[in-house]
Design a protein around this ligand. Structure first.
Ligand SMILES: [Zn+2]
Length: 276
């Protein structure tokens, strides 16, 4: 009897152990990967097929940069990546096959370079890595690359524009900045109206950017801290320009949707214009 109850106990113990192991294996970490749905998560054969069917490439370009005390260093790359995913969805609905390149985040941070965490590279490094990456895309058969960048640093933007022009000339590939496409878009969606008490200026980790980040990666914003921050019109002392406390999750989502749809419409119009 004693041996029997021991073996029943052992059996139960094993069952509990197996159940706990299986449930642990099924627990998935939250998916915040900037590689999801990009070329990085394809096999080489899938990449080859995308090139063969003439897919256009969206290239997310950003930086790793300080974003005040209420966010980490990631907003620019996460927002740009998220915007590219929305753009891809919209382009595919318009019948334009699209693939997203590995998000690029070794950009230039001159405006916030004094803060720890704002990684920056020299303009020539930026240009060289971008050029080499696009040369790879060309070698694999891709012919159209659209760079999408949400980072506002003036040196970063100017370097990106001159890099794109040089790469297009030197490599003979159609590479463009989505923001600089010279096309007319019919009835582009309008940006949401400003909301009450909106502080000006607001261009870095302020109300707009805090709202955008909150809309796509809510757990990456410390909202309790953001609510306590006072508006600030220069990067010093806390590393934001604007009014983080005045965030609006709904408006943030709207801004990202409008930006992406405008980008998709511009690419569609550009491709139509090229065919003429
Ligand atoms: Zn930013």
């Amino acid at each position: 009897m004693k041996a029997k109850s021991l073996s029943v106990f052992f059996l139960l113990f094993c069952m509990v152990l197996i159940t706990s192991c299986t449930s642990k294996a099924q627990e998935k970490p939250p998916d915040k990967s900037i590689f999801k749905d990009t070329m990085v998560e394809m096999t080489w054969e899938e990449v080859k097929k995308e090139a063969e069917k003439g897919s256009v490439v969206l290239f997310p370009i950003a930086v790793v940069e300080e974003h005040g005390p209420h966010m980490d260093l990631s907003p620019d790359i996460y927002e740009t990546y998220h915007g590219c995913k929305l753009m891809k969805q919209s382009l595919e609905k318009k019948g334009i096959s699209t693939v997203i390149a590995p998000p690029y985040y070794w950009g230039i941070n001159q405006s916030t370079g004094q803060f720890p965490g704002s990684f920056t590279v020299k303009p020539e490094t930026f240009k060289a890595v971008l050029s080499d990456s696009i040369e790879c895309l060309k070698r694999w058969g891709f012919t159209k690359v659209f760079c999408s960048n949400l980072h506002g640093d003036p040196v970063h933007r100017a370097t990106l524009d001159s890099a794109i022009n040089e790469i297009r000339t030197n490599l003979g590939i159609d590479v463009y900045n989505v923001d600089a496409l010279n096309v007319k878009v019919q009835n582009p969606p309008a940006f949401p109206s400003s909301w009450p008490g909106k502080y000006n200026p607001d261009y870095h980790a302020g109300a707009d950017e805090t709202s955008m980040m909150l809309s796509c990666y809510p757990d990456k914003v410390n909202t309790e801290l953001a609510k306590k921050l006072k508006p600030q019109s220069a990067f010093e002392p806390l590393g934001y320009v604007g009014d983080p406390a005045n965030f609006s999750k709904g408006k943030g989502g709207e801004i990202l949707n409008v930006l992406s749809e405008r980008g998709a419409l511009a690419i569609e119009a550009f491709l139509k214009q090229q065919k003429k």
